[in-house]
Ligand binder design. Structure first.
Ligand code: SF4
Ligand code: SF4
Length: 112
């Protein structure tokens, strides 16, 4: 495909900050950004509405959206064209601090 061909849009959730500029600027109402956790976002694309203009890619200043060369999207089932890019799982909670080991009490008579 030609360089910079505007095909199916890809979403990099780990770069998204949830500003929703892409959603506001989309002329076809084809992209929805949802917050799914602390600093975690998913993107829902309606590729049956998308006009493949890549305005969302230009609007995103975090490089979280990318136009791929993928163009073979035809399907007999329209719901197949609604695609959700899920956020990666949340990081595990920080490990608990280990309690200090039991220190036997010292005998004051011996320490004198
Ligand atoms: S413009 Fe970029 S950073 Fe902002 S919500 Fe869209 S994908 Fe995320
Ligand atoms: S490529 Fe254009 S129509 Fe498709 S989601 Fe992005 S801004 Fe909307």
């Amino acid at each position: 495909m030609p360089l910079n061909y505007r095909g199916k849009i890809l979403f990099h959730s780990e770069r998204c900050v949830g500003c929703k500029l892409c959603q506001k600027d989309c002329p076809a109402n084809a992209i929805f950004i949802n917050k799914v956790g602390d600093k975690r976002f998913e993107a829902v694309f309606k590729f049956d509405h998308c006009i493949y203009c890549a305005q969302c890619v230009d609007s995103c200043n975090k490089d979280a959206l990318e136009a791929t060369p993928e163009f073979e999207l035809a399907t007999f089932s329209r719901p197949n064209l609604t695609v959700t890019y899920h956020a990666p799982p949340p990081p595990p909670p920080p490990a608990q601090a280990t309690p200090p080991a039991n220190v036997p009490p010292t005998d004051p008579a011996k320490s004198a």
